[in-house]
Design a protein around this ligand. Structure first.
Ligand code: ADP
Ligand code: ADP
Length: 238
């Protein structure tokens, strides 16, 4: 995923907010990338642009070379449905559907065969430890359980990238830790690519690389577990 000189301005005339002021970065397959910044720094705007929920004012977003904002019709539906999985702070489960029905909903929209659906549901439920709440409604689940159901829904179509917007924001520290361990495990064991925005330092500590954003620009990058001599900054210094 390539983000190139991305800009987003809300409003018109003297009532403008420049939410993104030229953001450039790439997410490689298998990365667990965090974006940290305080409230109002532009994090949700960035994810919403990537998810094609809102249209940027300038710049490009390319997924495997394709400009995602040039997609139309079936291609756009495929991108939104199958290339990205979205995990929200507030879970966004459908209240009148059970956990199982919430998870299976994307499959029915994209015509995955029943046998394969059952197998994917089974393995995700085992991994996320939600087997015993699958037939409950969201109101009967704890927040931690609701977010793990939402994670299963985001993962069931095997998207190229998971976009997570403050996924631990509504969870207590115990549930936040267990969610982050699951996401981190998916990244390490299954190479699931994750882009997570957060202002939770504990959540960000699971990321391999963190970009810091303020006033719509990236002002710092932190890489972990990368030998110093392979970092570009190392060569800039010497
Ligand atoms: P974050 O997710 O980091 O809290 P946002 O992307 O939500 O930041 O917001 C970035 C800036 O854009 C803020 O100044 C916010 O007030 C403004 N903003 C966000 N959404 C809108 C909108 N729909 N209309 C006008 N301004 C907005
Ligand atoms: P976890 O920490 O695994 O997310 P909890 O220990 O908070 O779950 O919850 C244990 C059980 O209590 C669950 O089976 C869940 O269905 C039920 N439960 C928890 N919170 C609520 C709630 N707010 N409303 C209804 N049931 C709840």
């Amino acid at each position: 995923l390539e983000i190139d000189s991305l800009r987003k301005t809300y409003g018109k005339g003297n009532n403008q907010t420049k939410a993104l002021n030229g953001i450039t970065f790439q997410v490689m397959a298998g990365e667990f990338l965090g974006i940290m910044g305080s409230s109002g720094s532009g994090k949700s705007t960035l994810l919403n642009c990537i998810a094609t929920v809102i249209r940027p004012t300038g710049g490009r977003i390319r997924m495997r070379e394709t400009d995602v904002h040039s997609l139309r019709g079936a291609d756009l539906a495929e991108y939104r449905g199958k290339k990205i999985g979205y995990l929200f702070q507030s879970f966004e489960l459908l209240d009148n559907l059970t956990g199982r029905e919430n998870i299976l909903l994307p499959l029915s929209l994209h015509g995955v065969p029943a046998k394969e659906s059952r197998e994917r549901l089974q393995s995700l439920s085992d991994y996320l430890e939600i087997t015993d709440v699958l037939d409950k409604f969201p109101a009967q689940m704890s927040g931690g359980q609701q977010q793990r159901i939402a994670a299963a829904r985001a993962l069931i179509l095997r998207p190229d990238i998971i976009l997570a917007d403050e996924p631990t924001g509504a969870l207590d520290s115990g549930n936040a830790k267990s969610l982050m361990e699951k996401l981190s495990g998916l990244n390490q064991e299954h190479n699931t690519t994750i882009l997570m925005v957060t202002h939770d330092a504990n959540a960000a500590s699971y990321c391999k690389r963190i970009l810091f954003i303020q006033d719509g620009v990236i002002f710092h990058e932190l890489r972990k577990n990368v030998p110093e001599e392979s970092r570009p900054e190392f060569y800039e210094r010497i």
